[in-house]
Design a protein around this ligand. Structure first.
Ligand code: BT5
Length: 259
């Protein structure tokens, strides 16, 4: 493996923001920025990512876009797969990836990916893949709003792994999966993602800004969309939150109990 340039920060608002704001001469392929804490860690759609001091791996990796923008989703897949593999290497845990940007252990979210870019999206431009992995929080530390669907490696696996070990494993996996993207192994990346996800044939819901879709998850199309079968039709969705059946079933059970 090539030696990686890593910038460690004690505290930052967001490692993604930090990398995107670096002057061009400080940007290089594979540069990693890692922080002990993020004070304004971000998720998709302007959401927050809780990144308490010392409790997780909060980092961003800088990547060159090689292919047209419609292939950028492969980099989200690459980062999610790298994270899932790295977790499995250093814990006794089984992971799964969840479309479009999550890693789960025991069906709860242990890590999230946020791919971002400034300006236009064209080959040759920089992209940043932000990765947040919950390592040692206790369940009660997660906000009530998502506690039911979130976990840390310490809670979900028998023990929290050493953060440094996880970090080194992740760097190697990120190299491996970025290379698949770089050389155009699109089908390989897509099928790795499909094989690493256990939702196929399950009833799922997809929440989008103004609609809720329910159907059976059937695959990933060549633009990274989730294929969902509803009755006779199969539709592809390109954005949204995928809600697992046990998540909404639990909510409904709770609502019934409270009646
Ligand atoms: C994500 O967004 O899952 C992307 C998370 C990316 C975080 C990394 S950390 C390093 C880098 N720098 C950044 O600023 N960000 C990246 P999304 O799918 O939109 O999920 C966000 C939602 O997950 C929130 O709205 C909460 O409901 C929930 N959430 C927030 N913090 C969480 C946590 N620590 N663990 C599990 N769920 C969380």
């Amino acid at each position: 493996m090539t030696e990686k340039k890593v910038i460690f920060l004690e505290s930052v608002d967001s490692t993604n923001r930090y990398v995107l704001d670096l002057p061009d001469e400080q940007k290089s392929q594979g540069l990693v920025v890692r922080a002990e804490e993020q004070t304004a860690g971000r998720g998709r759609l302007g959401r927050r990512w809780a990144s308490p001091r010392g409790k997780g791996l909060w980092l961003s990796v800088l990547w060159r876009q090689v292919w047209p923008a419609e292939k950028n989703y492969l980099l989200t897949f690459a980062a999610a797969l790298a994270t899932a593999r790295a977790v499995e290497e250093v814990t006794l845990c089984q992971t799964e990836v969840k479309w479009p940007n999550d890693v789960l252990v025991g069906r709860k979210k242990v890590a999230g990916i946020l791919l971002e870019q400034r300006g236009s999206s064209e080959p040759g431009r920089w992209l940043v893949a932000g990765i947040g992995i919950n390592v040692s929080q206790q369940q009660a530390e997660f906000s009530e709003a998502y506690r039911q669907h979130a976990t840390s490696l310490r809670e979900a696996c028998r023990d929290a792994p050493e953060k440094e070990k996880l970090f080194q494993a992740l760097l190697a996996q990120l190299d491996f999966f970025y290379d698949l993207y770089r050389v155009g192994k699109e089908e390989t990346l897509r099928s790795f993602f499909v094989e690493s996800s256990n939702i196929w044939g399950e009833r799922v819901r997809i929440r989008q800004a103004n609609r809720l879709l329910e159907g059976s998850a059937s695959g990933i199309d060549e633009r990274g969309g989730l294929l969902v079968r509803t009755g006779e039709k199969e539709v592809a969705v390109y954005a949204g939150d995928l809600i697992l059946q046990e998540w909404w079933a639990e909510k409904e059970e709770k609502a019934l109990e409270n009646q």
